[in-house]
Design a protein around this ligand. Structure first.
Ligand code: PGA
Length: 244
């Protein structure tokens, strides 16, 4: 099975999300081979869940808070998302880490909360441009993975990892597919050390209809997490058709 996960970030309002979800729900693709999920912003989730109801497209959220309910103004819990019909939740996306100051510890709490709520966690990891230049790419990934997965009492059930180099996100400069293969092998070895079985590994960062094939069929890559290109019909539909 290959995965196409669509991170709509804060690009689309309610009506736009609903319209794109409806279009996607009507798209023809072999769901035995490709699993598609969309991650709209919070206010659009109920409408997108409805638009995808009974179909093959799954819905996820872009973030969650780890406490189930309480006095946490502005927060949305993993349990609330599960109740809305989400199947997935993204954790530790680079924009959460770098714009909103989320730590590795926060990400781990969110993973635990997601799994407790019955959601699959899509855990995003990746190094910055500076870390890459300083030869600290593996060090950064090791740290992020250690906090996320050491002594995780689930054996990797309900976990996806997305390797998203920060410098490749939204820049039009994706990571070279051969490098992605090498880093995915590194991530896989780290996960094995934590007793995490064969979970899907995704690549994200400037994925487009022109390059998606090179990633989705690369060695050790189970799918892609696409941002900008997934939030427009004109590139979302070609993303799907180019992997079939
Ligand atoms: P991008 O974003 O495809 O626009 O680079 C990917 C992501 O942030 O998940």
């Amino acid at each position: 099975m290959k995965y196409l996960f669509c991170n709509w970030k804060m690009y689309l309002g309610l009506k736009e999300s609903e319209a794109l979800a409806k279009e996607l729900a009507g798209a023809s693709y072999d769901s035995e081979k490709l699993s598609v999920a969309v991650f709209p912003s919070y206010p659009s989730i109920p409408a997108v869940v409805k638009a995808c109801e009974g179909g093959r497209v799954e819905v996820g959220a872009q973030d969650c808070y780890w406490v189930p309910s309480g006095a946490y103004t502005g927060a949305v819990s993993a349990q609330m998302l599960a109740t809305l019909g989400c199947r997935y939740v993204m954790v530790g996306h680079s924009e959460r880490r770098h714009i909103f100051g989320e730590s590795d510890t926060d990400a781990r709490k969110k993973i635990d909360a997601a799994l407790d709520a019955g959601l699959a966690a899509v855990v995003c990891v990746g190094e910055t441009k500076e870390e890459l230049a300083d030869g600290k790419r593996e060090y950064r990934l090791k740290k992020q993975l250690m906090k996320a997965f050491s002594e995780l009492p689930m054996n990797g059930k309900g976990i996806f990892v997305a390797y998203e180099p920060v410098w490749a996100i939204g820049t039009g400069e994706p990571c070279d597919p051969a490098e992605v293969e090498r880093i995915h092998a590194f991530i896989r070895a780290e996960l094995t050390a934590y007793g995490i079985g064969h979970i899907p590994l995704l690549y994200g960062g400037s994925v487009s209809p022109d390059n998606v094939k090179a990633y989705i069929f690369a060695d050790g890559v189970d799918g892609v997490l696409a941002g900008g290109a997934s939030a427009k019909s004109g590139s979302l539909m070609p993303l799907i058709s180019s992997v079939l």
